[in-house]
Design a binder for this molecule. Sequence first.
Ligand code: ATP
Ligand code: MG
Length: 428
Amino acid sequence: MTIKRSSKPSWLNCFKNQEHVPKIEKTLEPHNSMKRRSTYIDSVSLMQSKDVSDSLPGSNLYVFTLAELRVITQSFASCNFLGEGGFGPVHKGFIDDKLRPGLKAQPVAVKLLNLEGGQGQREWLTEVVFLGELRHPHLVKLIGYCCEDEHRLLVYEYMPRGSLESQLFQRFSISLPWSTRIKIALGAAKGLTFLHEAKNPVIYRDFKTSNILLDSDYTAKLSDFGLAKDGPEGDDTHVSTRVMGTHGYTAPEYLMTGRLTASSDVYSFGVVLVELLTGRRSMDETRPHREQNLAEWARPLLKRATKFNRIMDSRLEGQYPETGAQKVAELAYQCLNRRPKERPTMSMIVDTLEPLTNFDDTSFGTFVYVAPTVVECSTNKTSKDGHKDINEHHHRQHDGKHNRTKSPVVYCETNLQKNPSVRTSSPE
Ligand SMILES: Nc1ncnc2c1ncn2[C@@H]1O[C@H](COP(=O)(O)OP(=O)(O)OP(=O)(O)O)[C@@H](O)[C@H]1O
Ligand SMILES: [Mg+2]
């Protein structure tokens, strides 16, 4: 087995075997000496060169072969299937300590780019560039990637409690206690603060419950940097860009104008806060028309102390502190302000949430913890050559246990409001 640590940007060799062989761009600088990661991604996406391998010297990612990832995931066995979004299926795997010197034995999550899907190579590249560089306790760790022929995979640290989306909305799971919800909100807020206040700030652009992953102790980590953008430079107040994001989470001014700011993330954060308060999804077409868009429905109710109790998640069974919940409702209201400049910054949000973390749920009664079900991998479906079709998930329906309502991700111009379920893969 040959697994190389990518002291060099060997992910760029991915283009070697492609029809459109990238061309050398002699003037290309290493991305971390370039201020603009997004510019770098643009240039690489357009490049006609197969020798840009000195462009990512700072990357500390491992490069895996497809064969190795097959071993790690037991040939992408369905019992290891964790979920699937617009990018493609995600499988659990296990790396042993012999795989690479310095890489400890650990469970991992392997995400496979769906070659037929809309999100595409550019997002894979964006994820590698952003997450290869950014490290923080509230960002999921990208361990490495695989780039072989047309295959594109990403290998992350495994997050045992999956996504906030599944924890909050799964019908048969127990309800998340109030203190856990605040812990998750605070962790995610710290992750966004880190991005917004970085030396070269980042706008995350896809903040939502399915992109908040949870460690065993419910530490929240942001995943999915495929839509991330560099923040505005110098005196610029915003980045002008095509509207991309997820319906129900996207800030209205960004939706209308394509002007992206850190405040757009703050708006999305406000939507997630409302989801945590109410236990309702950001978009829910099964509800009466005026309740389908959570932010629009909840906003007027959040600011009235007499009304906000009516929207609280009934699964909390009243087990939350009245004043603490009121403060969170107020905070959500501010985040959802129509005027982006009047929204709080992420660090102000952290300061507001921090004092709300010391609530004792047990003061209301006994909290029963139900361990998640572990599915044993007894059989592996393999092909004649011993390999399971890694694209199998693209062609079949998942069985019930993996089903979830997918958020309609939108990658198109301002027709977002008109057709929330549109998916396109058009590059920016
Ligand atoms: N590092 C990880 N550890 C554990 N589970 C993960 C990990 N990454 C992803 N998953 C699981 O895989 C599911 C699919 O993740 P993915 O990020 O591909 O899509 P999504 O966020 O659900 O949808 P979208 O494409 O809209 O972002 C997640 O909801 C989560 O349950
Ligand atoms: Mg995701």
